[in-house]
Write a protein of this length. Structure first.
Length: 513
């Protein structure tokens, strides 16, 4: 059982929730604050003063007063009317995070909901149920309204659950799990759908999915250095200390550890007439290190958001007040997701340049297109074209989503973040970059074959052996797509990342937070 201490999620805890379903519970000390804010809302519902979302309509309809006898119906109608998402369903890992983040946010005691609301969120999570939530339809302001409404509709027994990629009615699944369908009281529907939990969960999903890809990119980048008989001089710590950029310093440290003890490097310490390597080799610490700094900052922003209270209005029990604000506006997530998109694209872009360098015999001094009988064989000629295609696609996908705002709710909600799309579009970018790294893995390993019997370093030889266990060397042309898929899978699933993680004394990829 993992206990949620509201406002104190750690990144590794979120990663564990993302990875697999494990029982969650709220720290018992949180319930006092939850009940205190609930009483404030109940008093407001019984009073005469207009309070947004308690006894008024929503958005542009906020000036419409609702009678006390219709307050529960108001919340029910809110969920039904806002469940208008379209598109493919969100992945189970994203939905698990949404349930946990929403429970943690409400449990901070500033939302005015009954404990039963939070307990139902946790019960659905703990039962392994996944609400069916269409992925499109949120602009990332006034909260992730449509996706969170679909989540809530499932908890009420009116929506659907995701089962084996399909959808089934939620009510019988709740009943089978012994979970009573939610019945909403004053403000509770609004508290459930007003918030950034969908966009935050999607952005965290991307951060966690990209981690092994980035680690694999470091391993493969080092392998390419050796395949091209590049220099390890550009990774000298004195160079990077003079600039002082932490990510750059760490990436250079990764490369030194990966290349240490390479007999290939020793073989051309003397007599090599190349004065400097191409940027795609020499500037890897500067480029990938800058991306790493961005990703570390993004991790901090997303962790803050995961712990935040983002509904509206907020309940301050100590002052017996509800105050309207705009914490539902997901601009921090949108900007973080846009920055992540650029980092993902850049990691893929410099990898594509390394592939281009390897197949260019005038630069790499390897056989043209990494094949011994060029002309009869095309080698990696068109595999590089695939990498170039994916890198170019990522450039278009990296266009910032946050700069595009369309007013909604009859211009009441006149500036929105587009955070949900900003985060959702990261998955195809990660897939593209993983494929590029997979192609480079094949190309760099093929380059190593031409340098035998010389050996690379121990970690890089282990990476080479990992590939060769699934994909033999390619002395002549053959059907390459299955090899590309196998190599990409090693990039995505963390197999290749283990080469880096197994080296002692290296800094963590993400700063512990």
């Amino acid at each position: 059982m993992f206990t949620i201490h509201p406002g104190q999620f750690m990144l590794d805890q979120l990663q564990a929730i993302h990875r697999t379903c494990q029982p969650l519970a709220i720290d018992p000390s949180a319930w006092e604050g939850v009940r205190a804010s609930m009483l404030v809302v109940q008093r407001a519902a019984e009073g005469d003063a207009p309070v947004y979302g308690v006894n008024t309509g929503f958005g542009k309809l906020a000036n419409q007063r609702i009678s006390q006898t219709a307050l529960d119906t108001l919340q029910l109608n809110l969920i039904r009317s806002h469940s208008v998402g379209v598109g493919e369903p969100l992945a189970p890992a994203v939905v698990r995070l949404m349930l946990a983040l929403k429970a943690g946010s409400l449990a901070r005691g500033y939302s005015g909901v009954r404990p039963e609301i939070i307990q139902t969120l946790l019960a659905v999570h703990n039962a392994g149920l996944i609400p069916y939530i269409p992925s499109q339809g949120s602009v990332g302001a006034s909260g992730d309204l449509a996706p969170l409404a679909h989540m809530t509709l499932a908890l009420m027994g009116e929506g659907e659950m995701l089962v084996d990629g399909g959808r089934k009615p939620a009510a019988p699944m709740l009943k089978s799990a012994g979970i009573a369908p939610l019945k909403l009281g004053a403000k509770e529907g609004l508290a459930l759908i007003n918030g950034t939990q969908t966009s935050t969960a999607l952005a965290l999903h991307a951060l966690f999915a990209f981690e092994p890809v980035l680690e694999a990119a470091l391993v493969v980048g080092a392998l390419t250095v050796d395949a091209a008989r590049g220099s390890d001089g550009p990774f000298d710590p004195r160079i990077h200390a003079l600039r002082g950029q932490p990510g750059q310093i760490d990436v250079a440290k990764y490369y030194r550890a990966l290349l240490e003890g390479s007999a290939i490097r020793d073989s051309h310490l003397d007599g090599d007439d190349r004065v400097q390597d191409p940027y795609c080799l020499r500037c890897q610490p500067q480029v990938v290190g800058a991306c790493l700094d961005q990703l570390r900052h993004i991790a901090l922003v997303l962790l803050r958001e995961a712990n935040a209270v983002t509904d509206n209005p907020l309940v301050f029990a100590e002052a017996d007040m509800l105050i309207s604000g705009g914490n539902f506006h997901a601009e921090p997530v949108a900007l973080a997701a846009d920055a992540m998109a650029v980092a993902i694209a850049e990691v893929g872009a410099i990898a594509e340049r390394r592939i281009a360098m390897l197949i260019d015999s005038s630069v790499s001094r390897l056989p043209p297109f990494l094949t011994a009988d060029a002309g009869l064989n095309s080698g990696f000629m068109i595999a590089h074209v695939t990498a170039a295609s994916l890198a170019s696609e990522n450039k278009s996908l990296a266009h910032p989503a946050s700069v595009d705002s369309l007013p909604t709710s009859a211009n009441q909600e006149d500036h929105v973040s587009m955070a949900t799309f900003a985060a959702r579009r990261l998955q195809p970018m990660i897939n593209n970059t993983a494929h590029i790294i997979g192609i480079e893995f094949l190309a760099a390993s093929q380059g190593i074959e031409f340098l035998r019997p010389l050996q690379s370093s121990l970690p890089l030889e282990s990476a080479h052996a990992l590939l060769r266990a699934h994909c033999p060397a390619m002395p002549q042309d053959r059907y390459m797509a299955p090899d590309m898929e196998a190599a990409t899978q090693m990039v995505r699933d963390g197999s290749l990342a283990q080469v880096l993680r197994g080296l002692p004394g290296l800094p963590m990829l993400w700063i512990p937070v």
